[in-house]
Design a protein around this ligand. Structure first.
Ligand SMILES: [Zn+2]
Ligand SMILES: [Zn+2]
Ligand SMILES: [Zn+2]
Ligand SMILES: [Zn+2]
Length: 457
């Protein structure tokens, strides 16, 4: 369906060797090595929730004996080091997921050669390189604790860290929650676009890449490496600092209305709550005037509000990490009320805040404290997020859309009997979108179909 070809001045990419229909699975591939982000809650082999703890190191967890046995070839080596590390009362540098991933990669039968992938070591900051060096020392300690014979130098391992920085994938659940990091050599061929025509999802340890739309012969297949509901400046900055390239996709070039849409993504709302005008910040002149009535927004005020919103978001995130959902939700609500006074509803931060708040409220972890007031907020927030996505992308299918539609429909279905018709329409829509993004056999599609059947009964 596609092959590796040189792309003018941009290295290699995946080019279609025939037309490809939307929703086609173009790659399914197991990881060479992978490791969970939080080994206490995620199975180190299949990335589902875990319950069994490795009795020796008490660090990695598994969902079953089968997964533990399957992972032992890899874990056997690191287990001894981690067990020692834990019994010595946490002396020395901590083995982070990235360190463990590199130690695992070096032990596979044919370890990846950093020379065959982009590593851009020369572009990394001195701080980053110093950090890679410390982590490489640790990798060598892990290898020698397991008496693994090798001829790797510190520099070889530093190169591998730099290579993984540009090429590793974040493994996520079907609902796109990050749970691990892994190396998938065949998937590294797909380049980035801020308007990707493919999506990468994960089925346990396997990566799956599907086309989001019809692809013509000779067209490049692309995925997105970053969050897409962000302004051009933020995306460019993130891509340059993490992946070392300037994106020149259609969207970044500002073709097809994208200049205007990017402006909306960063536009504030007018100070006058009755005015529908937009305030497009002029950073150079520090001028924040409404395009409709001319009213000025005070730049000091804006900075203060943004600062308050960012700290509410930070507090919400840390409460969420501690599993304190009611607290996380209350801080997110606070962030959202500031966003409503500050941004137009198509602002990138407005859309992402709305989506996050709705997800927090409808999270299974919040099911015990869920009340009708919260459900009303979640429904409104899902609507806001979907409005934003539809306005921004129109008919272009983006990775998040199917999932958000499904969550919205599920919330309506379970909590709002009056909106049955609306719920059904959204479930049907979610079914179509998820069949393309996740495949017809995906658990998410089955869930949507079951919901639909239940409603039609
Ligand atoms: Zn498992
Ligand atoms: Zn262990
Ligand atoms: Zn771009
Ligand atoms: Zn105005």
């Amino acid at each position: 369906m596609y092959e590796r070809q040189a792309i003018g001045g941009r290295g290699y990419g995946a080019l279609a060797t025939s037309p490809i229909k939307a929703g086609t699975l173009v790659l399914r591939s197991n990881s060479v090595a992978a490791i969970p982000l939080d080994p206490r809650i995620t199975c180190a082999y299949c990335f589902t929730p875990s319950s069994l703890r490795c009795s020796r190191c008490k660090f990695l967890h598994y969902c079953s004996r089968r997964c533990q046995q399957a992972d032992w070839f890899m874990h056997g080596a690191e287990c001894k080091y981690i067990a020692n590390y834990n019994s010595n009362h946490e002396n020395g540098p901590k083995p982070t997921p990235t360190v463990l991933l590199v130690a695992r990669l070096l032990r596979v039968p044919n370890p990846p050669k950093s020379s065959e992938y982009a590593h851009n070591l020369e572009l990394h900051s001195l701080d980053a390189i110093a950090c890679y060096r410390d982590m490489s020392e640790l990798v060598l300690q892990i290898l020698s604790a397991s008496r693994f014979i090798h001829s790797y130098s510190i520099h070889d391992i530093v190169l591998l860290f730099a290579m993984l920085n540009c090429n590793a994938f974040t493994v996520s659940t079907l609902e796109l929650v990050p749970v691990g990091i892994g190396f998938y050599p065949r998937a590294t061929l797909f380049n980035h676009s801020c308007l990707p025509n493919c999506i990468a999802t994960f089925d346990g340890r396997n990566i799956e890449v599907r086309t989001l739309c019809h692809i013509e012969l000779g067209q490049e297949l692309t995925i997105s490496y970053i969050e897409l509901i962000q302004t051009r400046a933020t995306r460019q900055k993130e891509l340059a600092s993490s992946y070392f390239f300037n994106c020149t996709c259609l969207r970044c070039q500002g073709l097809n209305n994208w200049v205007e849409k990017e402006e909306w993504l960063s536009a504030l709302r007018c100070q006058d709550t009755c005015c529908k005008g937009l305030v497009k910040p002029n950073i150079a002149t520090n001028f924040f005037g409404c395009g409709n009535c001319g009213a000025l927004r005070d730049s000091h005020d804006i900075n203060l509000m943004e600062h308050q919103m960012d700290s509410a978001i930070a507090m919400s995130n840390s409460a969420e990490r501690l599993n304190k959902l009611p607290e996380a939700i209350s801080h997110r609500c606070q962030a959202m009320s500031i966003a409503k006074r500050l941004y137009n509803p198509l602002h990138a931060k407005y859309i992402s805040n709305a989506e996050t708040l709705a997800n927090l409220i409808m999270s299974t972890k919040n099911s015990e404290s869920l009340d009708s007031k919260q459900v009303t907020i979640a429904i409104e927030m899902f609507q806001e997020a979907l409005n934003g996505l539809s306005w921004l992308y129109g008919d272009i299918l983006v990775p998040m859309k199917g999932l958000t539609t499904l969550k919205y429909a599920r919330t309506l279905y379970q909590n709002s009997p009056k909106q049955k018709q609306n719920a059904m329409e959204n479930i049907k829509e979610a079914c179509c979108l998820l069949t393309i993004t996740h495949g017809e056999n995906s658990f998410l599609v089955k869930q949507a179909v079951d919901m639909l059947h239940e409603m039609q009964r």
